[in-house]
Design a binder for this molecule. Structure first.
Ligand SMILES: Cc1cc2nc3c(=O)[nH]c(=O)nc-3n(C[C@H](O)[C@H](O)[C@H](O)COP(=O)(O)OP(=O)(O)OC[C@H]3O[C@@H](n4cnc5c(N)ncnc54)[C@H](O)[C@@H]3O)c2cc1C
Length: 421
């Protein structure tokens, strides 16, 4: 539990808090909407929980420079809504976009369903206002398309999990909204056929806006929860969206359909109305909440591999689940090679707990063997800190610690995250 909760409303206020905390060596943990999935906003050492949600102003949209200037506590979807008034959109769309904040997205370098074609948060952060752990307020980055001036502190801040500074304002990139799109639902008897399809769609030269994978366990969980009419008997489904100019969309949708059929799809249907499309995406966005209803404990992992190795990752997760006789639902941004094997268990049972530890470790070891990474989008936080050195060399680890010390000499900002020692 935090000792104090402070709802902040300006960079100047945060600066005064940080100067005081740095002097008195009080831990401070920034908190957005608390939807993070690696424990980043938890006050593991007590101290101050710095709540950002009142800093929720959209300062302005510039439709010529394609930029939005916002405070860090703005809810992700509100940036998109503000941009849509100008025919623009904000591409990063985490499943939590109706709740998560831009500050939290920047801290975790959040991805989303549109990541394959449009990239992730880091691709849209142009400039930042940041309060340093020692209290100084800095502005870094520019509103220009290009800039090569000094070290790239913007990119260092993105994905730093609230350990290097507190983001108070951001200048974000926007794009013109695509005029047309097609959503396709493809079903497969065997989940490996679905995984092969993911690989083959990109190999066929189509970069879809979204390419999401949902396995049988997750399909059944969604159906129990939402009753949207998904076929419970299939091995897996792919939710695919292509967007752009109408002519290009028609061609790409035809290529995608062909690849699905070549891989033995049981069905491959295009949504015929916005209502049908929205129902499909609502079902996908409910995957985690649906799985979470099955057992008392839900552990969502974030393994990510090069797209060409996705079939091997799915096979590995399947055989680990079998080996340990544990329920794992897998869904995720398959086009990005980013899957969320979700372990459904009861951590009150110590035998189960020990088993889960082994399952997680094996998933990570397999992921690294496949040239993958421990986290595609959820960060290290507390949950993956002990695995960090599976991926990062001792020298790189020590360099990261020296960077942390340069920003935060007294280790008061979000201590206990990312690094175990
Ligand atoms: C149902 C569900 C679906 C999700 N889907 C996705 C998804 O598709 N893609 C994805 O990437 N993630 C997803 N997430 C995870 C989560 O939503 C993201 O990590 C999100 O970016 C967290 O934002 P938040 O505002 O909730 O941050 P919090 O959880 O409050 O904080 C996350 C981290 O950011 C730090 N932080 C918060 N605000 C600031 C700030 N202003 N300055 C510096 N540090 C700050 C915190 O200290 C913490 O370390 C999902 C979560 C849920 C519950």
């Amino acid at each position: 539990m935090p000792d104090v909760i402070v709802r902040v409303s300006s960079a100047e206020q945060i600066s005064r808090i940080m100067r005081f905390a740095n002097l008195e060596k009080i831990p401070v943990t920034p908190r957005g909407a608390a939807t993070g999935l690696s424990g980043g906003c938890l006050t593991v050492n007590g101290g101050i929980s710095l709540v950002m949600v009142d800093m929720n102003r959209i300062i302005g949209i510039n439709p010529v420079d394609l930029l939005a200037e916002v405070e860090a506590g703005v809810i992700t979807i509100d940036v998109d809504k503000a941009a849509s008034k100008y025919g623009l959109f904000y591409p990063p769309d985490p499943g939590s976009l109706k709740t998560s904040t831009i500050g939290g997205n920047i801290a975790e370098n959040a991805g989303g369903l549109r990541g394959l074609k449009y990239g992730v948060t880091k691709d849209y952060v142009n400039a930042l206002e940041v309060v340093l752990p020692t209290g100084e307020i800095i502005n870094t980055g520019t509103k220009t398309v290009k800039s090569v001036v000094g070290y790239n502190l913007v990119d260092l801040m993105v994905g730093s999990e609230g350990t290097l500074g507190i983001v108070t304002k951001a200048v974000l990139g926007l794009l013109p909204a695509p005029p047309a799109r097609a959503s396709i639902l493809a079903t497969f008897a065997d989940m490996l056929d679905a995984a092969k399809t993911v690989r083959d769609i990109v190999a066929a030269g189509v970069i879809t806006a979204t390419l999401e994978f949902v396995d049988n366990v997750t399909i059944n969980a969604i159906e129990d929860y939402l009753k949207v009419g998904l076929d419970r008997s299939i091995g897996a489904m792919l939710l695919i969206e292509v967007d752009g100019q109408q002519g290009a969309v028609d061609i790409e949708a035809a290529v995608v359909t062909g690849v699905c059929n070549d891989n033995g799809a049981l069905s491959c249907k295009q949504a015929t109305s916005d209502e049908e499309r929205n129902k499909l995406w609502a079902a996908r966005r409910a995957a985690l909440s649906s799985l979470a209803r099955i057992k008392p404990s839900t552990i969502l992992e974030d393994a990510t591999v090069p797209r060409s190795r996705i079939v091997e990752l799915i096979e590995a997760v399947k055989s680990i689940a079998k080996k340990y006789d544990i329920m794992i639902g897998t869904f995720g941004h398959a086009g990005d090679g980013n899957l969320h094997p979700t372990i459904l268990t009861d951590l009150r049972d110590s035998v189960e707990e020990a088993k889960v530890e082994k399952v997680i470790e094996e998933i990570f070891i397999e992921t690294i063997k496949l040239d993958g990474t421990l986290s595609g989008e959820h960060g290290i936080g507390i949950t993956k800190a002990k695995y960090l050195k599976l991926e990062i060399s001792e020298d790189a680890y020590q360099l990261m610690k020296r960077i942390k010390k340069a920003f935060d000499p007294n280790n008061i900002l979000n201590p206990g995250k990312m690094f175990l020692t």
